[in-house]
Design a protein around this ligand. Structure first.
Ligand code: GRF
Length: 186
């Protein structure tokens, strides 16, 4: 089974997926919409093929997603794993991969969707936040939830400490959930 990871930034979740022992699917492609993002180097070091594009060079989302679709077909990709991909996926890709596009979000959805979810939870003063793995739909962090894990916020936490605690959970939860979902549905 082949999957593609879509990422825009650091790529720590991409790395966690790649590090999983006895990987259950072939990560056939890294798609990145930010030329120069650190995740690209990580992929190159790991020998993962990359497709890097600049959305500004296309007239529309449908235009670049048609190109992405072609790349995914070339590699026989059947799962798309979003790992810090900072764009809304449009109907071109959603239509081709129904219930086959998974995302990870650093809050207990439906709380704190969108950007800076960790900061939103920290500023809200809640005592528990967490991590959500979910299928995507046309909304922002609104698709059906697959699994969630709570993460406590301690009274003396800095936002940096909370971020680290959440990332640690992400890096174990995401590869595990992907494995289960792909195995159950392939
Ligand atoms: C993660 O916190 C993920 O939940 C969110 O974007 C961040 C990506 O981080 N969707 P990284 O690039 O995987 O380090």
């Amino acid at each position: 089974v082949a999957a593609a990871v879509f990422a825009s930034g650091t790529g720590s979740n991409f790395q966690a997926i790649m590090n999983q022992d006895g990987r259950f699917c072939d990560i056939a492609l890294l798609v990145c919409d930010k030329p120069g993002a650190p995740v690209i180097n990580k992929a190159e070091e790991l020998g993962v093929k990359t497709f890097i594009f600049n959305p500004k060079e296309y007239e529309s989302k449908a235009d670049y997603e048609r190109v992405l679709l072609e790349k995914l077909r070339e590699k026989d990709v059947s799962w798309v794993l979003l790992a810090g991909y900072m764009r809304i996926v449009g109907p071109t890709l959603l239509g081709e991969f129904p219930a086959r596009i998974i995302n990870i979000h650093p809050s207990l959805l439906p709380d704190f969707p969108g950007l800076n979810a960790i900061g939103q939870a920290y500023d809200a003063g809640v005592d528990t936040t967490g991590v959500t793995v979910h299928y995507i739909d046309a909304g922002v962090d609104t698709g059906p939830i697959i699994e969630q894990q709570e993460v406590p916020i301690h009274p003396d936490d800095t936002e940096e400490q909370l971020t680290e605690r959440i990332q640690e959970v992400e890096h174990t939860l995401y590869p595990q959930v992907i494995r289960r979902v792909v195995e159950e549905n392939s």
